[in-house]
Design a protein around this ligand. Structure first.
Ligand code: GTP
Ligand code: MG
Length: 312
């Protein structure tokens, strides 16, 4: 028994990178469950989201983080804080990059990643570079110049090529992470896959559908808050508010004859029913809250940019 404990490895692994690199997709794939919402739009993730992978000899606690970018505004500064806090809390760092984006535009890497690299240089932690979306790279020869470009500013770091979408290469990344993890005890119960509370996941699922169906600036100016959560025998009654920053956005979120809100509500409800194994009654309301993205106390009340690690 003693020997077994000594061999057990555990720790936190931060998933960081520019928006839209596939961090949340990777998290869901390796955990085998949908924990983090995923959309084709950048800046989908707004909090630290944990995914826990437990096997006989290790427990990896992944911390998915908001994509790092340098846009201005209070909401963005909250997101950045959450991303860098994830980095600070981790034992191993995975820098994820969208390989398909950069094979066409290698010049972009320097611009997008230098800000992250600056931060990485300030901390002394094992770092893996993961080039994602290689299922989309038809000509694999193009990965060579991309690799050389990355090595210019991140020399001597091991580079992995994966598809988070179909799982190719993910096992090799996991194997390397386990190698780098410190020895230590199990941090969470072995059957726990996340520390994300169900209420939070519910709000996220609603936000995911809104992100999928709404365009331009609207997704970036909305937030979802769960107002009520009542459980009965085989039914969960949930009331949620969708905050938008303008009256014109409210009209679009509701849609003609309420169609958009209905579509969003139905899709989120179906997914929730599967997760909860219960019938769900989901009541969505839309409220205008002007300039909420610049309202510090409101951002705090929404729990934006924060970690849910302590809730484990
Ligand atoms: N083809 C392909 N698409 C991928 C892959 N991984 C992620 N995607 C897609 O890329 C988009 C962004 O994925 P996310 O997982 O939300 O990216 P993210 O890094 O978490 O983005 P933020 O939360 O905005 O920082 C989604 O449309 C995914 O389906 C992959 O391996 N191959
Ligand atoms: Mg994400």
């Amino acid at each position: 028994m003693e020997n077994q404990e000594q061999e057990f490895k555990s720790g936190f692994v931060a998933l960081i990178g520019p928006p839209n690199a596939g961090k949340s997709t990777f998290l869901n794939t390796v955990i085998g469950e949908k924990i983090a919402i995923v959309t084709p739009k950048p800046q989908t993730t707004r909090n630290q989201i944990t995914g826990i992978l437990t096997r006989e000899h290790f427990q990896i606690v992944f911390i998915d983080t908001p994509g790092i970018h340098q846009q201005k505004g209070k909401l963005n500064s909250f997101l950045l804080k959450a991303a860098f806090a994830g980095l600070e809390a981790s034992d191993v760092v995975v820098l994820m990059l969208d390989g398909n984006l950069y094979v066409k535009k290698t010049y972009l890497i320097q611009k997008e990643v230098s800000f992250i690299v600056q931060r990485l240089r300030q901390i002394d932690k094992p770092l893996l570079i993961v080039i994602n979306k290689i299922d989309k790279v038809k000509n694999k020869n193009l990965l060579l110049p991309l690799t050389e470009e990355i090595q210019k500013f991140l020399p001597e770091k091991e580079i992995f090529y994966i598809s988070a979408l179909n799982g190719d290469g993910c096992a090799e990344v996991l194997k390397k992470i386990v190698e780098l993890l410190p020895y230590g005890p199990m941090l969470y119960p072995e059957d726990q896959v996340s520390t994300v509370p169900l209420r939070f996941l519910t709000a996220e699922l609603v936000r995911e559908k809104l992100f999928l169906y709404l365009h331009k600036e609207i997704p970036y100016h909305l937030a979802v808050e769960i107002e009520q959560w009542e459980e009965e025998d085989n039914l969960v009654k949930i009331m949620a508010t969708i905050y938008v920053s303008r009256e014109s956005h409210k009209k679009i979120v509701i849609g003609q004859k309420g169609q958009m809100l209905k579509k969003v509500g139905t899709e989120a409800r179906k997914e929730l029913e599967e997760i909860l194994g219960k019938k769900v009654f989901l009541d969505l309301w839309v409220k205008v809250k002007p300039k909420w993205t610049e309202n510090t106390s409101f951002l705090i009340s929404l729990g934006l940019g924060t970690s849910n690690l302590e809730l484990g």
